[in-house]
Design a binder for this molecule. Structure first.
Ligand SMILES: C[S@@+](CC[C@H](N)C(=O)[O-])C[C@H]1O[C@@H](n2cnc3c(N)ncnc32)[C@H](O)[C@@H]1O
Length: 258
């Protein structure tokens, strides 16, 4: 089952060897339950709409994950297509719109009006050459005057280890997610996510997974955008929140193809 329901997520957890699967194989079925329901998509859509070109019709969302934002973009714009390298994420996203399995450099340039790359997708691109190559590709994918709207973790907020727990109960399934961020130097941090899910029957399953992400200094990322031929329109702290204490931990960057 891959329908994004709590029951499907619970069934999926049975297949996940603790800590061994790719992070998004583990996260995909649970991600939607934990993130989408907290108003995250509304916040992302508002950010995108605020900064998109007024006449935008075609949109590419890189790292579209579960596709919830992609679906909302498809309703707002003439055509929205998503891309994500995770097969598990792509399966979920395909329920919301056209999606291809590809990383940030794998989508053929299309001259779209808007590229959306939100939710720390750029933080997956390491080392520096990968990030720069992706920004070059984003420029090639935009029509002149087209815009890219991104959100990334703010390196200035990477001040030490951090942990938070969130719980939700949906359809009788109780899900607790614990996130840990451990800075490892150079703006990078290990992100560990552990889930405990309890079914209405009382059966309990657990999964955990870790990946390395990077955070950015706004001025340094602006410089990289500029060097890629993307003229920065603005950067500002992300204002919508995923939970208490999230203010200032990420920023929005908006740039235009010269
Ligand atoms: C933290 S999730 C965010 C998903 C979605 N954008 C959101 O905000 O809900 C990061 C996503 O980036 C994708 N991703 C990882 N590496 C990527 C790459 N090199 N290019 C594009 N997407 C990538 C992952 O598969 C995952 O779906």
């Amino acid at each position: 089952m891959t329908d994004g329901s709590p029951a499907a997520a619970f069934a999926r957890l049975a297949d996940v060897d603790d800590g061994e699967a790719d992070i998004y194989t583990t996260l995909a079925p649970l991600y939607r339950i934990m993130y989408t329901a907290r108003g995250r998509i509304d916040g992302q859509l508002a950010t995108v709409r605020e900064h998109a070109p007024a006449d935008a019709g075609t949109v590419l969302e890189l790292g579209c994950g579960t596709g919830d934002l992609l679906g909302a973009l498809g309703e707002r714009y003439e055509f929205a297509v998503g891309a994500d390298p995770s097969p598990a994420m792509c399966r979920l996203a395909a329920r919301h719109g056209p999606v291809c399995r590809a990383d940030a450099r794998g989508v053929a340039p299309r001259r779209v009006d808007l590229v959306v790359v939100v939710g720390a997708v750029l933080g997956h691109l390491r080392p520096d050459d990968e990030t720069r190559a992706a920004l070059d590709h984003i420029r090639e994918t935009l029509r002149p005057g087209g815009r890219v709207v991104g959100t990334v973790h703010d390196r200035r907020a990477l001040d030490g280890p951090r942990e938070r727990s969130l719980s939700r109960t949906v359809d009788g399934y109780e899900l607790t997610q614990t996130d840990e961020q451990r800075p490892t130097g150079g703006g990078e941090f290990d992100w560990r996510v552990a889930f405990t899910m309890t079914a209405p029957s009382g059966e309990r399953r657990r999964a955990s997974t870790t990946t390395t992400l990077r955070a950015f200094e706004p001025a340094a990322l602006e410089q990289w955008f500029t060097e890629a031929g993307l003229s920065v329109v603005e950067t500002h702290p992300r204002t919508y929140v995923d939970g208490d204490g999230e203010d200032g931990r990420a920023f929005v960057i908006v740039a235009e193809r010269c």
